[in-house]
Design a protein around this ligand. Structure first.
Ligand code: HGY
Ligand code: MN
Ligand code: MN
Length: 416
């Protein structure tokens, strides 16, 4: 192996201790490094220190992305890039995002150990707020870096407490001065835990990722009329909670119906009822909708059906439903030429691999706008559960994924 598997696993576990928490109900230890919180800042500072110790020239850009640069023999050539994110959902595990950043760091550390200087520079990065569950839109930092999201729009996003993203970035000391827009890179490769059951079920060692499915996120504010739970007859109610429940059932039925393709997925992950009291009919419910579909036409049809359902519910229940689209990306295909290089290195190592589309969003889908891009998936345990403290993989699986990352990045960094 070119990489040091023990150092990789040891560094992953060190990072997982930053923002670690024990779930009181299950006793499981998870990771909470919600974007731009103190825990995220601590993780950022630790990884930046590791970047510096590895001899990288480190810059922080205006949206808080942190990029470490390793000089190449022909330093003027476009760099080869790798990385991911170190922010997590509040109920996260140790691998989502972290494996991509620490894996890229391990590649640099191994190149240093071997005294190898590649033809092209190599850059490794962690991007700001990939998860999107605090400020409402995912892949935030990489979307700004690759041109999908304007910097000022990103900085003005607010969380549910009204805290502004730009202010939080400054508060933790990561509002950098480096230009955030990336000029074309030679290539980008990201290693990530699969976050699903496919590779383990097929007994594959690794996955070659062919792209990312479409994503459509919405925040809904459903308003009705607050009332006393005991004195208000059902006939006089305008209950936003009932509207949200009816919408949830409708979206679930839509996704299961097959009318929008066999892979349509719909999730309502957040319900905030106000005032949220046992004996008060809510005046307002804020909720979120997450639609996923690998087929862009089917996604558009599903969004139209979603809008119709909202109008019907408003009429039937005499509530108002404001919808704000907070994230929208079409299916993103990855570069066949980069996928082929990854697959060839997996073959050379005698590793079983499958090619699959990613169900989750990733920073790589933004980098695909600025250079040939692909991903390597590492199988997870426990049916690939993720966004959960039980997220887990094995030292051997992580090492295999990062070994392929090493060989792929070196090959790309030697290209003319
Ligand atoms: O939501 C996603 O797909 C990713 O985990 N941010
Ligand atoms: Mn991720
Ligand atoms: Mn995630």
């Amino acid at each position: 192996m070119c990489i040091d598997a023990d150092r990789l696993w040891d560094t992953l576990l060190k990072l997982a201790r930053i923002g670690a928490y024990v779930d009181a109900r299950t006793g499981l230890s998870g990771v909470n490094r919600l974007a731009l919180t103190d825990a995220d800042a601590d993780g950022r500072r630790q990884v930046m220190a590791w970047f510096g110790e590895a001899g990288l020239e480190v810059r922080v850009d205006r949206v808080g992305n942190v990029i470490g640069r390793r000089a190449g023999r022909f330093d003027h050539l476009a760099p080869v890039m790798s990385g991911s994110h170190i922010d997590s959902v509040p109920t996260g595990g140790a691998f989502d995002g972290a494996l991509g950043v620490i894996g890229a760091l391990e590649v640099v550390r191994s190149l240093n150990d071997a005294g190898v200087v590649t033809r092209r520079p190599i850059e490794i990065a962690f991007f700001t707020d990939e998860e999107g569950c605090r400020f409402g839109t995912d892949m935030l930092g990489s979307a700004v870096a690759c041109g999908r999201l304007p910097l000022d729009v990103a900085l003005d996003l607010t969380d549910k407490h009204g805290l502004r993203m730009g202010d939080e970035l400054a508060r933790i000391g990561f509002q950098g001065e480096a230009e955030e827009r990336l000029t074309p890179r030679h290539a980008y490769v990201e290693v990530h835990i699969e976050q699903g059951p496919v590779l383990a079920a097929a007994e594959m060692d690794l996955g070659v990722v062919s792209g990312v499915q479409g994503i459509s996120w919405w925040e809904l504010t459903v308003r009705g009329r607050s009332a006393h739970a005991g004195t208000t007859p059902m006939s006089l109610r305008r209950d936003p909670g009932v509207a949200v429940a009816r919408l949830h059932l409708a979206l679930d039925a839509m996704a299961r119906s097959g009318r929008f393709g066999p892979e349509m997925r719909a999730t309502m992950g957040r319900y905030d009822a106000h005032p949220g009291l046992v004996n008060v009919v809510p005046s307002r419910v804020i909720c979120t909708v997450d639609l996923r579909n690998p087929d862009d036409d089917q996604m558009a049809r599903a969004e139209a059906a979603f809008a119709e359902e909202v109008a019907t519910i408003e009429r039937d229940l005499q509530v108002t439903i404001e919808r704000e689209q907070t994230a929208r990306t079409d299916r993103v295909p990855f570069a066949p030429v980069v996928q082929a290089i990854i697959a060839r290195h997996m073959d050379a190592l005698g590793l079983r691999h499958a090619t699959l589309l990613s169900g989750a969003g990733h920073d790589a889908q933004e980098l695909a706008a600025v250079c040939p891009t692909a991903m390597i998936f590492v199988p997870g345990l426990h049916e690939g559960i993720s966004h959960n403290p039980r997220e887990m993989s094995t030292p051997a699986a992580c090492a295999r994924g990062v070994e392929v990352l090493y060989r792929t990045l070196v090959e790309l960094a030697e290209e003319g």
